[in-house]
Design a protein around this ligand. Sequence first.
Ligand code: SAJ
Length: 429
Amino acid sequence: MSTICVHGLGYIGLPTAAMFANYDYDVLGYDTSAEVVDRLEAGEVHFDEPGLRAFVTQALESGNLAVGDEVEPAKYHIICVPTPFDEETRRADLAYVETAGRAIVPHLRTGDTVILESTVPPGTTVEVLQPILEESGLNAGADFAMVHCPETVLPGNIITELQQNARIIGGVNGVSTEAAVRLYDSFVEGEIRTTENATTAEFVKLIQNTFRDTNIALANEIAKLARDYGISSREAIALANQHPRVELHQPGPGVGGHCLPIDPWFLGQNSDTLELIAMAREVNDGMTRYVIDILEGELGSLAGTKIAILGVAYKGNVGDTRKSPGLKLAREIQETTPVDSDPVAVDGGSGTEIALHDPHVSDQTLDLEPLDSALSGADGIVIATDHDEYEELDPHRYREETGEAIVVDSRSILDVSEWNDAGFTVHTI
Ligand code: SAJ
């Protein structure tokens, strides 16, 4: 019997399982995907995250971590399953949480603790998970402990943040909360804050990401205003942030990843109140259109042009393309220049040739090109992701291949005067 059973070995579950194992707990990592389990058993990690492979290998080799596709009894069950977003209804799909709960029921015993880490709409722990777990005949709070403990780690820095970030633990009662605090206290170096209300913990996680999304929307609107006034939004924001109570985020081509563009909708899922937050989502989603407007302002219709999009990862120095602004931009350009208006249809009927480049992305389903070929003959170049590699691009090297290309630096990472000297027209957001 394992001490801890982690349900779901994805971005959060796998590092969490390895962390506990490396802190000497006896851990079973459970995943319904036989492929995930097989790859882990073969020493492979199924997604990119700095340092994770060595961290997981250490856990497996110590014998503290085992992986499998069957649940076992455990003193602690930690649920880290995905909660996919339904784009049409803008609601969370809680099927994986429900399935995880049902998988625990036959193994649940008096004195166990069940922890939900997955990001969920407020009310899920108590209204969705609790009734399922109580099908065991045991009562949450009285017979077993039940808490929500949201993960808050930043992709690209997961292992460090897992240990160093503060944690919020919301139990259905004091005994539940204390049981989870004792567990996380074994490796969390950040502060552990508690609330005796699981819904509050769910809510807190969502307002953290909503704060960031809404703040970025404000930065995006500020960037548009700054362009209207012919000044640099980045300089203005940096100067404004000198004030001790101002903390503006950075503008860009939109907000990607699996958290910020989704969590504001989860927050409003069981409420009628979503005004500013919904508008912020629209502002951020509209940034790809804003980039297209800049390109069209310079090039006219994009039909028949070639646009190179540098960066299809959702943010700098990661290989993750979930809800990537770069890919969204590519799709929207293709919709903007339908085949009818297109004298030289290429790439699936779009009137625009789109070349994608990203040094961090290895997704074989994307038609990524080497940098030279992506830039060759480009009429427009969009820096869509703030990878370090793009910051270091030498404009003089590409000038001949691109001619007088228009550059939209949506992340403001280029040295504009250097690019101007090389003959490029550069627009920054
Ligand atoms: N972005 C901007 N401007 C900024 C900051 C970010 O446009 O000033 C964009 C990024 O380029 C990216 C998107 O926002 O496209 C999201 O990136 P991010 O780095 O803000 O966040 P994520 O999605 O990688 O991780 C977030 C984090 N949440 C917060 O910082 C409040 C992380 O701590 C959470 O654990 C994670 O969501 C999650 O799992 O919820």
